[in-house]
Design a protein around this ligand. Structure first.
Ligand SMILES: [Zn+2]
Ligand SMILES: [Zn+2]
Length: 377
């Protein structure tokens, strides 16, 4: 019976919670050794009586991982006692950057837990969710090679990062209100407004019919209510353009007639724009004069906080770029180009390394492959 070996797993195994997953299984099966990130593969040195069980479960991977191959080689070194996560090494990096993932239900719960560490924090994430592609500068995927490098963790975040029992064990994006990226509300000229809760102030502006540029995961959106959609189109000089909307999950059926397949796409980890039949083919003409409407659900903590403070259940959320030009990602650039179009900016101070537009799906087919899907292998 084999009781030791070196396991090499290839595929999308970075940014998907793989190392903490392996660590937890090592504890479960009383395995000694180590796990290490090597670009497009993870290497595990493992020894213990239940090696076979460990190997079988490790091969299943995490929810977000994609495993191409699992190989087991003889282990030519002594390991243990105990199991450790080793620092990353150099390796092959081709096609390995994981995509951004919509904020997970557990993190949404954290954001709305009164008195919790993440209450009201817009960039809450864990090993199962959050930005990846849009913040990664280079691989292997570790915080120092992402836009999160600018935000050293506080003591409490550091404690969760090293706690094997925590969902944020080895979560490279871990951050909270005291150490992580923060929000600000800017006037149209780019000067900052003094407000304790930029999200609440932004929601009040939107409810009042104003137009905001909102800095998100992969770039800026132009946001407004349905009533203000005509004003937005007028300012953009694009009266006929159908606009994508973001809708609270419990209100989707007020505007669209989703099929079961549409619901699957809406709620999946990508959270794309799903083009669906309108509930009323002649309704919501200010958003789209077609019989279809492009709907997405809130997919970041910021979006969920915004809707929690908003009187409306729908926001126009269209990419802030001119047709044929790339999405705007930097705040100074946005102010320079959009200052005449919007009444203000809701921004964060985390660098967008790779711009990423919203993906679009219709009848199960990908129309635009971007956020949550890109890079595609
Ligand atoms: Zn999460
Ligand atoms: Zn913190």
């Amino acid at each position: 019976m084999q009781n030791r070996g070196k396991i090499v797993i290839r595929g999308i195994v970075q940014g998907v919670g793989f190392r903490p997953f392996v660590y937890a299984l090592a504890e479960k099966y009383d395995i000694s050794g180590w796990v290490k990130n090597l670009g497009s593969r993870v290497e595990i040195a493992a020894a213990g009586a239940r090696f076979s069980d460990f190997c079988r479960e490790v091969s299943k991977g995490t929810v977000l991982s994609t495993i191409d191959a699992v190989d087991v080689f003889p282990l030519d070194e002594e390991v243990g006692p105990g199991f450790v996560i080793r620092s990353s090494g150099e390796g092959s990096l081709d096609g390995m950057i994981p995509p951004d993932v919509a904020v997970c239900d557990d993190c949404i719960r954290d954001i709305f837990t009164p008195g919790g560490r993440y209450e009201g924090y817009w960039a809450t994430s864990c090993v199962n969710c959050g930005p990846r592609y849009s913040i990664i500068k280079t691989l292997p995927y570790d915080r120092e090679r992402t836009a999160m490098d600018a935000f050293p963790t506080c003591t409490a975040c550091g404690a969760e990062y090293t706690d094997p029992a925590c969902r944020r064990h080895h979560a490279q994006t871990i951050a909270c209100a005291s150490c992580g990226p923060s929000l600000a509300l800017l006037r149209a000229d780019g000067t900052e407004t003094a407000c304790a809760d930029p999200v609440a102030a932004a929601a009040a502006m939107l409810d009042a019919g104003q137009i905001l540029a909102v800095r998100g995961l992969g770039g800026f959106h132009l946001a407004c209510t349905e009533e203000a959609a005509g004003v937005l189109k007028g300012r953009l000089g694009r009266p006929e353009q159908p606009l994508a909307v973001m809708v609270r999950e419990d209100a989707v059926e007020r505007y669209a007639s989703p099929t079961e397949e549409d619901w699957g796409a809406l709620r999946g980890r990508v959270h794309p724009i799903v083009v669906m039949e309108k509930r009323d083919p002649a309704g919501n003409m200010g958003i789209s004069s077609l019989h279809t409407i492009g709907v997405m659900l809130p997919y970041t903590g910021l979006h969920h906080l915004l809707f929690a403070r908003l009187g409306h259940d729908l926001l126009v959320m269209t990419s802030a770029n001119m047709p044929g030009t790339p999405m705007i990602t930097g705040t100074p650039d946005a102010v320079a180009r959009l200052g005449g179009t919007v009444d203000g900016f809701l921004v964060h101070n985390r660098e967008i390394v790779n711009r990423c537009d919203d993906s679009v799906v219709r009848d199960g087919h990908i129309i635009r492959l971007s956020r949550g899907m890109a890079p595609m292998r």
